[in-house]
Design a binder for this molecule. Structure first.
Ligand SMILES: [Zn+2]
Length: 337
């Protein structure tokens, strides 16, 4: 005779009851009246958790919960016995504790970027164009204002840009440059996925006498476009969010991700890996144009020397990139045979 609570199906009613077990049958009694009967095969035993009563669920949804949390039913299915053993195995629990975050990490940081890279390769140009244009409209409206540089200063940037793009044999239609004043970006340059590059007044002015440094920055930005870094980041974020949405079962997140990808590009942070890829692109192209890695290193050094003159770093471009020393060394190693 096992005492406990009997819960009626589809009801919050509960009564004190006890269970009698036969070889094949189970019967539930309340105040000496038999209130329920069933064959043992039709009874579901909840998996055993330490410290929790082993609950019975009957075919019609009624439940019986023993008062004694340590009580275990003798007729429990073999599967739940195995489960109980797994659940009380400390070594396995510790394994699971370690394995879960590792698997989650592998999923989010290895599998998801992998899927994103594949997705990017099949991304139609029209989608990339649309994505870039939408971002540009948003960024222009929120954090850019018309350039205050003189026509001559602007023209110097345009000329350097057009020379570089045509020397590289890239499409002048795809690769466009614009100069804007921006308090938000400070002295900076960035590229949007469809080939639009933006240089801020401050950066153009500071590098007015250092065309090599500006060329190095422009090539680096073209590298981000050619390697589709922002498309990769955006689709990575989208795949991760959709995966998380599926895990937690909230599909509203998906709509937010798809609609919000434009604003996400505003303060995009490329991974270190992507920065090196962009630098490698710049180095490779410079070589084709007859410059060396040493020239790139010197261009970066002139950036560093400009920055040193300020008490605090005015080149926002530098704070969003790997350290200059590392990049200079990377460029020098590039020339080494
Ligand atoms: Zn970069």
């Amino acid at each position: 005779m096992i005492k406990g609570y009997f819960y009626l199906p589809n009801s919050s009613r509960v009564q004190e009851a006890y269970v009698r077990l036969g070889d094949e049958h189970i019967a539930v009694y309340a105040e000496d009246d038999c209130v329920f009967e069933s064959t043992l095969t039709a009874v579901n035993v909840a998996s055993h958790l330490p410290g929790q009563a082993s609950e019975l669920t009957f075919a019609d949804g009624a439940r019986f919960v023993p008062h004694d949390v340590a009580y275990r039913w003798s007729f429990q299915q073999r599967k739940s016995a195995l489960l109980a053993r797994l659940e009380s195995n400390l070594a396995l629990i510790l394994c699971a504790l370690v394995a879960t975050p590792v698997l989650l990490y592998a999923f989010l940081f290895k599998l998801v970027p992998g899927i994103a890279v594949t997705a990017v390769q099949t991304m139609p140009d029209a989608v990339v164009e649309q994505m870039g244009q939408q971002s540009m409209v948003l960024i222009e409206r929120t954090v850019l204002s018309p350039s205050e540089l003189s026509a001559q200063e602007q023209q110097a940037v345009f000329t350097l840009w057009h020379d570089t793009v045509s020397q590289l044999g890239l499409s002048a239609e795809k690769y466009r440059i614009d100069v804007y004043r921006s308090d938000h970006f400070g002295a900076n340059a960035f590229a949007l996925p469809h080939g639009q590059v933006v240089v801020t007044d401050e950066l153009a002015r500071r590098l007015g006498d250092h065309p090599d440094a500006l060329r190095a920055i422009l090539l680096h930005e073209i590298g981000h476009v050619e390697r589709m870094h922002s498309v990769r980041l955006a689709s990575q974020a989208a795949v991760a969010s959709i995966a998380i949405a599926m895990l937690v079962g909230d599909m509203d997140i998906v709509a937010e991700v798809v609609l919000g990808s434009g604003s996400a590009l505003l303060d995009l942070q490329f991974s270190q890996n992507m920065e090196w890829e962009a630098d490698n692109y710049a180095l490779m192209q410079l070589e084709r144009l007859g410059y060396s890695g040493e020239d790139f290193a010197q261009a970066l050094e002139s950036l560093a020397s400009l920055d040193e003159k300020q008490s605090q770093s005015w080149l926002k471009y530098l704070s969003t990139h790997p350290s200059l020393e590392e990049r200079i060394e990377h460029a020098r190693n590039h020339t080494a045979p």
